[in-house]
Design a protein around this ligand. Structure first.
Ligand code: PEP
Ligand code: MN
Length: 450
């Protein structure tokens, strides 16, 4: 039997429209927008409510120290880059990191892509000026084009449909790759052997050899590697563009409750987490697990009020706090936040985003980050939780499977001049494939020291 939604629930899903809303485009043609959102509302959901429920249970386990979240992908996906090679590269990277982390933490790793929907970007300025010409800022492929022309930069609702279809084809490939044997533990392990064979990564050979022995031990014990051919891989993006999230919100026929079926997990960004704002209201009404970014200006009181709004019933796994303090600040700012939220007693899962507090501009003008700062923030995250006896529940990383040169450092020592070689991101700099694996191996080293 299918359960209908209470009419008050449906009304509630429109309440955000009456509240202050930040970071939305100025659509030039409201009628065109409404045609598109009407069409989106009639298309199939991209994910199922039951899958989001399963993820909520796993995130609750991560909050208790019984699992660990690895969330990774581009700062912003683009339509042009939604190719089989790119998608496969990102999945491989996340899976390879996950094997290393599973071994290092002796915990199941929850694998989640910043993928299949990460098309909208918050911007610090609504416009951009070049050579005296001012145009709307690029807000991601779901809204406008990157090219600096009036045509490209005008928000175009047709892009919402393009985003939906690109998400659908990305998810289709993710599901095929992660259930068709491609993601089997033995294969992923072989890829990692290829990585550590490179002399630049000799430092990690010892850990890689240990993993190899562990896998051979499992095989000798008769482990069912066939059962390890399939992995769960969840999708996530910033729930920024409410004109997209609303039509993809569907009523779960089992319970009559709304779920945002554009992704398994949505997070509220640092710029849109106002307590009385539209985003917090909207996501308080859908039943997915929800992330909230907490930057260096967040207070414990902010965090507690966010829990009041988003998780009044204290459901485990519902809220993930993704802290992004910066390497220089995390050891000072995180302890009191974690302490006060822990004292409150309602469960949350703590995840570290070591990317967004560590942006710099290189001498040659690239927006970049230092690999060493990223690692230092991760180290600070583990230190703080260890000192408090609380649980470091996971990592949130901007990465790609390609050999780009966007982040400084790593064993292959990308320097300022090296950034120009292959700097491709339209927004924030990403760890490349090798840097991502290095991060995973260094996390294992950190866990050993603790
Ligand atoms: C992001 O995750 O790309 C982002 C913009 O992060 P934040 O909201 O933490 O600044
Ligand atoms: Mn980013």
């Amino acid at each position: 039997m299918s359960v209908e939604a209470d009419p008050r629930v449906l009304e509630g899903l429109e309440h955000w429209r009456t509240l202050p809303v930040t970071q939305q485009p100025a659509w030039p043609d409201r009628e065109a927008l409404e045609r598109v959102t009407g069409r989106l509302a009639g298309l199939p959901p991209l994910v199922f409510a039951g899958e989001s429920d399963a993820l909520r249970g796993q995130l609750a386990a991560a909050g208790r120290g019984e699992a660990f979240l690895l969330q990774g992908g581009d700062c912003a996906e683009t339509f042009a880059d939604a190719t089989a090679d790119n998608i496969r590269g990102k999945i491989m990277t996340v899976l390879q990191m996950a094997v290393v982390l599973t071994y290092g933490a002796s915990l199941p790793v929850i694998k989640m892509g910043r993928m299949a929907g990460q098309y909208a970007k918050p911007r610090s300025s609504d416009s951009e000026t070049r050579d005296g010409v001012t145009l709307p800022a690029f807000r991601g492929d779901i809204i406008n084009g990157f090219e600096f022309t009036p045509e490209a930069r005008t928000p175009d609702p047709q892009r919402l449909l393009d985003a939906y279809h690109t998400s659908a084809s990305t998810l289709n490939l993710i599901r095929a790759f992660t259930t068709g044997g491609f993601a089997s533990l033995l294969r992923v392990h072989e890829w990692n052997r290829g990585f550590t064979a490179n002399p630049a990564y000799a430092r990690y050979e010892e850990i890689a050899a240990e993993i190899d022995r562990a896998i051979r031990f499992m095989a000798a014990c008769g482990a069912d590697f066939d059962a390890l051919r399939t992995v769960d891989f969840y999708s996530s993006h910033e729930g920024l563009l409410l004109d997209y999230e609303r039509p993809l919100t569907r009523i779960d026929s089992r319970t009559g409750l709304p779920y945002d079926c554009s992704a398994h997990f949505l997070w509220i960004g640092e710029r849109t987490r106002q307590l009385d704002g539209a985003h917090v209201d909207y996501f308080s009404r859908v039943h997915n697990p929800i992330g909230i970014k907490l930057g260096p200006t967040s207070t414990a009181d902010d965090a507690l009020r966010l829990i009041d709004k988003l998780n009044p019933s204290a459901e485990p796994g519902r809220i993930t706090f993704i802290t992004r303090m910066g390497a220089g600040k995390i050891r000072d700012l995180l302890p009191s936040l974690v302490e006060k939220v822990t004292a409150d007693g309602r469960p949350v899962t703590w995840v570290c985003d070591p990317m967004h507090g560590n942006g710099i501009t290189s001498a040659s003008g690239y927006k970049t980050r230092r690999f060493s700062d990223v690692m230092d923030e991760v180290a600070g995250f583990f230190e703080v939780h260890r000192a408090l006896g609380t649980v470091p529940g996971g990592l949130h990383i901007e990465l790609t499977g390609d050999d780009v040169t966007e982040v400084l450092g790593g064993a292959e020592e990308i320097d300022d001049a090296g950034l120009a070689r292959r700097y491709e991101t339209l927004v924030d700099p990403r760890l490349n494939h090798q840097q991502s694996l290095e991060l995973a191996f260094q996390v294992v080293e950190l866990l050993r020291r603790s």
